[in-house]
Design a protein around this ligand. Structure first.
Ligand code: SF4
Length: 390
């Protein structure tokens, strides 16, 4: 188990962030918040995929007006993402939202920030202070502190930006502390993965508030995955980070799926559902393993809630070892597949025959019920040992 940095815990409706709480996974809706039905559907879809917290944008008054109705129809905690207009934060709090996100780069007026703090304090709602690199890059103020921190960070490639971020945070958080408000989380996102690592590492040394990890504008999923999981994985493996949002220019469902997978592989959350291990294939395969792995993967996505380990392997080099260590496995070679359940060979399937049909109906108690579910929901003949082409 990775030892985690001690942070001051906050509560977002029924979800705890920081302290000894598990690292939560967040996402954000991609549609208009004022389109109530679509917004509710998207929130519920993300929650169904495992999102612990969902954020919605509230750029206009009609968005905060929609919140009251939206909140009646969802159970996952909702965060209102506020930029430029502090009134949106006040309206969102009034509507009953569970957390506010403020950007020090675009809501800077002290009196306005104080009004939001007081409203949140009154309702017991936390605030995330999000200092995205992109929104503070032009700041030229706080020259003295920048000079001091510039010396501290002089050996760092991102020294100037780190100094600006830390200075901005110190300045902004002083407003909160002056009003005895400590229900705060912090984010310091950048598009540069190495900057993300440096920023969160430095901030983790200076503040004890829970950290919301993320890479801003990570781009399409194809490249955004690596851009995101490298810094987030590094930080989480170092014990830094209390909640994460992976952001892709794609359906946010992928953000939730990949965020959860990151938690699982780091052992920060207990896996729900199946873990699929598949060999990358090479010149030794004798069945169409890519198709088989995809078929098994699709079948496993059908709401398998049991944490089973499933292996699909292509030959005798690593196949038997991986298969014997898995709960359920297919070792496909020599134009046939051997099915293992809990390390025991239970069947031999010739190429072209259906794989799942030959599994015992309830091979290992509860694990078997997961497979019964696959059986019940998959289309007839959809999971068969594919024939090698060519
Ligand atoms: Fe190649 Fe066999 Fe390894 Fe698969 S398990 S990559 S087929 S050596």
């Amino acid at each position: 188990m990775i030892p985690r940095r001690k942070t001051r815990q906050v509560k977002v409706k029924n979800v705890l962030i920081g302290g000894d709480a598990p690292v939560s996974v967040q996402s954000m809706t991609s549609g208009y918040t004022h389109d109530i039905d679509k917004c509710v559907a998207e929130i519920n879809k993300l929650a169904g995929a495992g999102a612990d917290i969902v954020r919605v944008a509230v750029p206009e008054r009609k968005d905060t007006e929609a919140l009251k109705e939206i909140l009646k129809q969802v159970s996952v905690p909702i965060v209102a993402d506020v930029h430029f207009h502090f009134q949106r934060a006040l309206e969102a709090v009034e509507a009953g939202v569970h957390k506010i996100r403020l950007n020090p780069g675009n809501i800077q007026d002290r009196a306005q920030v104080e009004k939001v703090i007081d409203a949140c304090k009154d309702k017991g709602i936390p605030i995330r202070v999000g200092v995205n690199e992109g929104s503070i890059v032009e700041r030229k103020d706080k020259q003295k502190r920048l000079k001091e921190l510039g010396g501290v960070f002089s050996n760092n490639k991102h020294g100037h930006m780190l100094a600006i971020m830390v200075t901005k945070l110190e300045e902004y958080l002083d407003i909160f502390y002056a009003r005895n408000f400590y229900d705060i989380t912090i984010s310091a996102k950048s598009i540069d993965p190495l900057m993300v690592i440096d920023a969160y590492t430095e901030i983790s040394k200076r503040f004890d508030h829970p950290l919301h990890l993320g890479v801003t504008h990570a781009g399409p999923k194809e490249t955004g995955t690596i851009r995101s999981v490298v810094p987030l994985g590094h930080l989480l493996a170092s014990g830094i980070g209390d909640t994460v949002r992976i952001s892709y220019a794609n359906d946010p469902i992928y953000e939730v799926q990949d965020g959860l997978e990151l938690m699982y592989i780091l052992g920060l959350r207990t896996r729900k559902g199946a873990e699929l291990i598949g060999c990358p294939t090479c010149g030794r395969i004798q069945v169409d393993l890519f198709t088989l792995i995809q078929q098994v993967n699709n079948a496993l996505k059908l709401e398998i809630s049991v944490p089973i380990k499933v292996a699909v392997m292509g030959c005798i080099v690593n196949g038997p070892g991986e298969c014997e260590g898995a709960d359920v496995a297919i070792f496909a070679g020599d134009k046939r597949g051997i099915i293992y359940v809990q390390g025991q060979k239970v069947a031999n399937v010739p190429e072209g025959d259906k794989v799942v049909d030959i599994l015992p109906p309830d091979p290992i108690g509860e694990l078997g019920s997961g497979y019964a579910k696959i059986e019940a929901e998959r289309a007839e003949g959809s999971l068969s040992l594919p024939v090698m082409k060519g």
